[in-house]
Design a protein around this ligand. Structure first.
Ligand code: NDP
Ligand code: GDR
Length: 369
């Protein structure tokens, strides 16, 4: 991968001899995350050149995008480029904006785990809230210096911002955040609105409800469950420790949601949109569907562990996405049961591969993630 190098990865900006001038250029922060990987595939398919900002890690953190990576030495084929930066480092953000000169910016980077945000609130605010502000400010000064007024900005907002406000939640529902993560997303939301109103930036907030996939991080509840189902079915695990099973979420498929992000940036005027399936299920309902799909009873395996309860919970989220459906023409393609089955099926295959390694003595049968 380009990120393997100790020097900065190669750039394919507009001044690059191999770049096609008419091709649109997108810049994605958080490209190594769940949504970043699906959005990259989506934009490459649409003919974009995609630049992603990645942060330095002592382990490679690019496993979700390795399958679409082409070595930059094949410059005419490599349309995804990676660059080191960090949302806590304003100078890196400004520098890459100037070099890459993107048409569209998708700010997906975040410390995105709600429970973890109670443990590291200061860092969460720095990346999620002030990080968004740094990127907006870098964009404002990039536009002032370059005269490129047509750059479009997407901010990854969250249904967590509604928090304690009862459903259905739409663009006009008041925010009542219940965690440092959610409060930081509210700040990022209003920074984005403010830069739109104050400086005329083309900047949109997507208020996305929970979206999952086989690429979901393993410590979010859906993937934690489907990973466990796969491992229990294959005989690598017996118990699954969980917290509050009565919380209800509006769960969709990440592949559908990245399309809505792109659609927002194709409108004549910038605006904010709720993106949701409009169906809500409890964690317990997810358990029933996931264990049931492989003929298991969740009650035989799940143990409630207080450590997974949060200091303040968000009880019930269910979106009203009528604006996105009407204005953008967006609607979800994957329903709840289809999503659960997709995730369980993939995690059964993953567990089978793990079992081969365990049986051959190359891996310990680890406990649940
Ligand atoms: P992930 O946690 O899977 O990905 C987060 C990404 O942000 C990763 O690429 C991560 O890098 C990167 N990142 C974290 N900290 C920094 C930093 N300091 N500087 C630069 N990059 C950083 O999240 P998702 O893909 O699920 O979500 C994408 C965005 O959408 C997030 O902002 C999230 O808060 C928001 N959101 C998500 C929803 C969901 O249900 N998935 C719903 C609503 C909003 P690394 O790989 O190195 O960790
Ligand atoms: P959420 O997702 O907090 O909605 O944030 P998560 O999957 O972490 O929790 C959903 C619900 O499940 C309950 N729960 C557990 N959660 C986890 N992680 N682990 C457990 O063991 C467990 N047991 C029960 C939680 O209490 C909660 O009620 C996600 C993230 O992607 C955010 O970045 C995003 O903004 C929102 O979705 C929309």
């Amino acid at each position: 991968m380009a990120s393997d190098n100790d020097s900065a990865p190669a750039i394919n900006g507009p001044s690059d001899a191999n770049a096609t001038p008419e091709r649109k250029i997108a810049l994605i922060t958080g490209i190594t995350g769940q949504d970043g990987s699906y959005l990259t595939e989506f934009l490459l398919e649409k003919g974009y050149d995609v630049h992603g900002l990645i942060r330095r890690s002592s382990n490679f953190n690019t496993h979700r995008i390795n399958h679409i990576y082409i070595d930059p030495h094949n410059a005419h084929k490599a349309r995804m480029k990676l660059h080191y930066a960090d949302l806590s480092d304003a100078s890196s953000l400004r520098r890459w904006l100037d070099v890459i000169a993107p048409h569209e910016i998708y700010n997906l980077a975040a410390q995105s785990h709600v429970a973890v945000s109670f443990e590291i609130p200061d860092y969460t605010a720095d990346v999620v809230a002030t990080g968004a502000l740094r990127l907006l400010e870098a964009l404002r000064s990039h536009i002032a210096a370059s005269g490129r007024h047509d750059v479009r900005y997407y901010q990854a907002g969250s249904s967590e911002m509604f928090g304690a406000t009862p459903p259905p939640q739409s663009e006009t529902t008041p925010f009542h955040p219940r965690s440092p993560y959610a409060a930081s997303k509210v700040a990022a939301h209003w920074y984005t609105v403010n830069y739109r109103e104050a400086y005329g930036l083309y900047a949109c907030n997507g208020i996305l409800f929970n979206h999952e996939s086989p690429r979901r991080g393993e410590n979010f509840v859906t993937r934690k469950i489907t990973r466990a189902v796969g491992r229990i079915k294959i005989g690598l695990q017996s118990k699954l420790f969980l917290g509050n099973l009565q919380a209800s979420r509006d769960w969709g498929f990440a592949g559908d949601y990245v399309e809505a992000m792109w659609m927002m940036l194709q409108q004549e005027k910038p605006d904010d949109y709720v993106v949701a399936t409009e169906e809500s299920h409890t964690v317990e309902e997810f358990l029933v569907a996931a264990f049931g799909h492989v003929g298991l009873n969740w009650r035989d395996h799940v143990v409630i562990d207080k450590r997974y309860f949060r200091p303040a919970e968000v009880d019930n989220l269910k979106g009203d996405s009528s604006k996105a459906r009407k204005v953008l023409g967006w609607k979800p393609k994957v329903g709840f049961l289809q999503l659960v089955k997709m995730m369980v099926d993939e995690d059964i295959e993953l567990a089978k591969r793990e079992k081969v390694l365990v049986d051959a003595g190359y891996m310990d049968a680890q406990q649940q993630p």
